[in-house]
Write a new protein. Structure first.
Length: 133
């Protein structure tokens, strides 16, 4: 492989990698609020189940922390992906209004998660298999 071939293929790989990071980040971020129910909540629930195996009394808080962590991870991955994609221009990722909207959506989903916990829909995994006394 010549230097010229290497030079041409590197931006292509960088752009594909950046695009993939951006796509995964978007799916995890609050910008894809419509996808939270299918991506972020299951990931947060799995996180809470793992934590509650060792510390059952922290299921609720670990579910909320897990949800917020998926959103933060989404923003970080998007930022890194866009950095890889951007060549010489600065890209503004988010306006102040959009950021406030996204925080509002995350708060709304957090309230939904707390309500589902209080209603007994979401609980530690071991509680699903206990017999009722």
């Amino acid at each position: 492989m010549s230097f010229k071939t290497l030079k041409v293929s590197m931006p292509w790989k960088r752009k594909v990698g950046g695009g993939l990071l951006t796509m995964i980040g978007f799916m995890l971020s609050p910008l894809s609020w419509w996808n939270d129910l299918f991506v972020n909540l299951p990931l947060a629930l799995a996180f809470a189940w793992l934590i509650s195996l060792a510390f059952p009394h922290v299921f609720e808080i670990s579910l909320i922390v897990g949800y917020w962590l998926t959103n933060v991870l989404g923003f970080v991955l998007m930022h890194k992906g866009v950095q890889k994609l951007a060549t010489k221009s600065d890209v503004e990722l988010n306006s102040r209004g959009a950021l406030l909207r996204d925080v509002g959506i995350s708060i709304a989903y957090t309230i939904l998660i707390v309500a589902l916990i209080k209603l007994g829909v979401l609980k530690p995994i071991t509680d699903y298999f206990e017999s009722h006394k």
